[in-house]
Design a protein around this ligand. Structure first.
Ligand code: BTN
Length: 233
């Protein structure tokens, strides 16, 4: 198991930025981020003291680069496994959104930093109202009826990351793939995949889901990275 060293910070621009100075096993948590970041340069908004904002540093120096590309999915699996203690009907919307009853409960931003991978994780825990632009799409553990402390959620997630990191390092993504079948939100849905915000879709059609090599298959195109938009019925 990983011996985590947890640093709790009151305020920082972004825990992912702080984590760039960290060592494997370091965990940076903040009560507030002044410039919280999401994927594709989106902002991550979170009220002070209400939610989990943390970045963990993992050593990926000994792993094959293709395997490293699958690790963000493994972080998603770890977060879902941990959050199952507090909420039902959790799904992973490829690549890294955690949905509860179709609304976003958590997001993950993984970034490579030399020999390390920084996994930035934001989980809505005590938040009860969201900014207008995300209100219809966001939820929190409190809204879902779970009463829990931020540090308990943090510890549950760290336990699951440690467990899955060991399995993944030893046996690879394929050995974990079976877990994704039950949590894959996009499989069977009509989607468009974008590699950048304002680009044309890289693929479109019915999604065949996350594959054993860690790609998303859409219309016979294997996708390694991007964002998925689901076509509404
Ligand atoms: C996304 O859904 O687009 C990813 C959101 C990731 C948010 C977390 S909060 C902790 C860490 N620090 C950041 O600036 N971002 C991640």
């Amino acid at each position: 198991m990983i011996n985590w060293r947890v640093f709790q910070i009151e305020e920082t621009p972004s825990t992912n930025i702080l984590a760039k100075c960290g060592r494997p096993g370091d965990v940076f948590c903040a009560d507030f981020q002044t410039a919280g970041r999401g994927r594709l340069d989106h902002k991550w908004l979170s009220t002070k003291g209400k939610n989990l904002m943390m970045s963990v540093v993992l050593d990926v120096s000994g792993n094959d680069p293709h395997e490293v590309a699958t690790f963000p999915l493994v972080v998603g699996l770890a977060v879902i496994t941990a959050l199952k203690r507090y909420a039902l009907d959790l799904k992973l919307k490829w690549p890294n959104d955690i949905l509860a009853s179709d609304k976003k409960l958590a997001g993950i931003l993984c970034e490579r930093n030399n020999d390390s991978l920084i996994a930035g994780i934001g989980v809505n825990i005590l938040e009860r109202s969201f900014p207008a632009e995300i209100a219809a799409r966001a939820t929190s553990l409190a809204i879902l009826g779970a009463k829990t402390a931020i540090c308990d959620v943090r510890d549950s997630i760290l336990e699951e990351i440690s467990r899955y990191y060991e399995i993944w390092s030893k046996d690879g993504f394929r050995s974990l793939w079976k877990h994704f079948v039950a949590i894959d939100y996009l499989k069977g849905r009509e989607v468009q995949i974008f590699e950048q915000d304002d680009a044309l879709p890289a693929a479109a059609g019915i999604c065949s889901g996350i594959q054993e090599n860690g790609t998303l298959l859409v219309n016979n195109v294997q996708i390694w990275a991007g964002e998925a938009h689901v076509k509404l019925g």
